[in-house]
Design a protein around this ligand. Structure first.
Ligand SMILES: O=P(O)(O)OC[C@H]1O[C@H](OP(=O)(O)OP(=O)(O)O)[C@H](O)[C@@H]1O
Ligand code: HPA
Ligand SMILES: [Mg+2]
Length: 189
């Protein structure tokens, strides 16, 4: 499918690429202040967080070391399976280091809660989270997130790294996916 056909699959654009990048620049200034003089390892949660990671680290004015962890809980569904699977683990040891987790979205909070627990057991100096989007009404397990881009409504969204069944990740802004695409199933039923 060509990307220009995507318009009929979305009901609303919540944020443009420019808005997202503007907000990320603000978050980058906060992060620079908070981590001044510290050695920080930035961990992106694949695959969704790749866009946030690449935009964020290029905004940062300090040397940002990066690593990746791939976990999956949604698969081809619009609902979290509740079971988080490590698809790829970190290359780096994080014991004694300041860890900053980068996420695209916090929906139920299940993925991040699980991930923080997993990383805490490896003995880092600190763990904080930056998430570009968060759905306050969908949270099932509260997560302490220091840096949030935008709080968004409780709808299934795509673009800026977020997929439905691996599609739409390269849509530039953040858009609400039309229920006709996933058969009208209520993602939050
Ligand atoms: O708060 P939650 O309800 O747990 O949802 C958030 C997680 O779900 C998505 O990942 P997904 O499992 O779809 O993998 P992906 O990043 O490869 O698309 C997203 O990228 C977050 O990691
Ligand atoms: O709304 C969403 N869209 C895409 N992927 C997701 N993973 C959790 N929530 C979402
Ligand atoms: Mg996904």
């Amino acid at each position: 499918m060509e990307l220009r056909d995507v318009e009929s699959d979305i009901t609303e654009i919540l944020f443009s690429e420019e808005q997202i990048q503007g907000r990320l620049a603000e978050l980058a200034r906060e992060i620079e202040r908070d981590y001044e003089g510290k050695d920080v390892l930035i961990i992106a949660v694949l695959k969704g967080a790749v866009m946030v990671l690449s935009d964020l680290v290029r905004e940062l004015k300090f040397h940002a070391h990066i690593d990746f962890m791939a976990v999956s809980s949604y698969g081809s569904s619009t609902k979290s399976s509740g079971v988080v699977r490590i698809v790829k683990d970190l290359d780096a040891e994080i014991a004694g280091r300041h860890v900053l987790i980068v996420e695209d979205i916090i929906d139920s909070g299940l993925t991040l809660n699980w991930l923080i627990g997993n990383l805490e057991s490896r003995g880092p100096a600190s763990i904080e989270v930056v998430a570009m989007f968060r759905k306050p009404e969908a949270i099932k397990e509260p997560v302490d997130v220091k840096y949030v881009g935008y709080d968004i409504p409780n709808a299934f969204v795509v673009g800026y790294g977020l997929d439905y069944n691996e599609d739409y990740r390269n849509v530039r802004g953040l858009a609400v996916l039309s229920p006709h695409v996933y058969g009208g199933e209520d993602p939050h039923a």
